[in-house]
Design a binder for this molecule. Sequence first.
Ligand SMILES: Nc1ncnc2c1ncn2[C@@H]1O[C@H](COP(=O)(O)OP(=O)(O)OP(=O)(O)O)[C@@H](O)[C@H]1O
Length: 319
Amino acid sequence: MDVAVRTVNLRKTYWSRGSRRIAVRGLSMAVPVGGVHGFLGPNGSGKTTTIRMLLGLARADSGTAEVFGHEVPRALPTVIDRVGAIVESPKFFPAFTARRNLGLLAGAIGAPSSRIDEVLEATHLRDRGSDRYAGFSLGMKQRLAIAATLLKEPDLLIFDEPTNGLDPAGIREVRDTMRSLGAQGRTVLVSSHILAEVEQVADTVSIIGHGRMLAEGRVADILGGNGLAQVRVGVSSPERAEQVLRDAGFDPTREGQHLLVGAEDPSAVTRALAGQGLYVSELVPVRPDLESAFLALTADEGLGSPADRSARDGSRGAA
Ligand SMILES: Nc1ncnc2c1ncn2[C@@H]1O[C@H](COP(=O)(O)OP(=O)(O)OP(=O)(O)O)[C@@H](O)[C@H]1O
């Protein structure tokens, strides 16, 4: 597998007011070339810190990081032209149009002005290029930030929580933009604490908790590999069916007139019920999601759900 980003045993400790906080503890991660890679974990799990280390904005205590085979931060100057990133909210001039803002940036980084229309097109902002930035919705502002990262035609895009604070329409716009960038063969590394949001767009993911890797790979494999396959079963006498399934070694839960049963092979459920004269009126596979996978992975670590944690933490960790 060709790898766009690789970290090996990356570690970062912050010291503040005499106390020590290990933000990233021995993280080894591999992001394949091409497509969208979700970098997932609850607030404070170390995503931003890892991204900052990749971009030379924070120094690792130990471990190594590579971008397209070049060790960073040492060889960052060699590879930085292939990387576009949004880590903090980018600054644009509110009174200037989108096109003028991009023009200033293109001039600053030496990108040809012919790129401006191309990147507006790529982020579906072409019709809005002559509008002032101040009048943009949050989703449009974020797409303009993505447009700015595309000016130098990077092979790797790194977006830290790009949908933070966006409404559902904005989230969708940014998601569609990331999907089309991935489909063009670029590598998009996108962090998020909202697993469901990234699940819809990512080809592969790394899931971290407390600065450690919990699972990595293709979304389908992670969902399939956690014993999360369930079926919702409709039967006329759910109480009896529940007992029959328990006797057959399943662990069903009641949901009104239905039963939720963990089973890799749904026919085993129907067989067990039919064997006792109970006939299934409905059998629907319940699609596991990354949130359930995350909870299964972290059940022993007291991490809680990403949503719980973000509610508790209140704000994003300072980076
Ligand atoms: N500059 C800093 N000084 C001290 N501690 C920090 C600093 N930056 C981050 N931390 C701490 O390191 C840990 C990891 O933070 P980080 O921002 O990397 O996590 P994250 O997964 O990106 O979270 P979020 O989703 O909230 O951005 C947190 O406990 C955070 O409080």
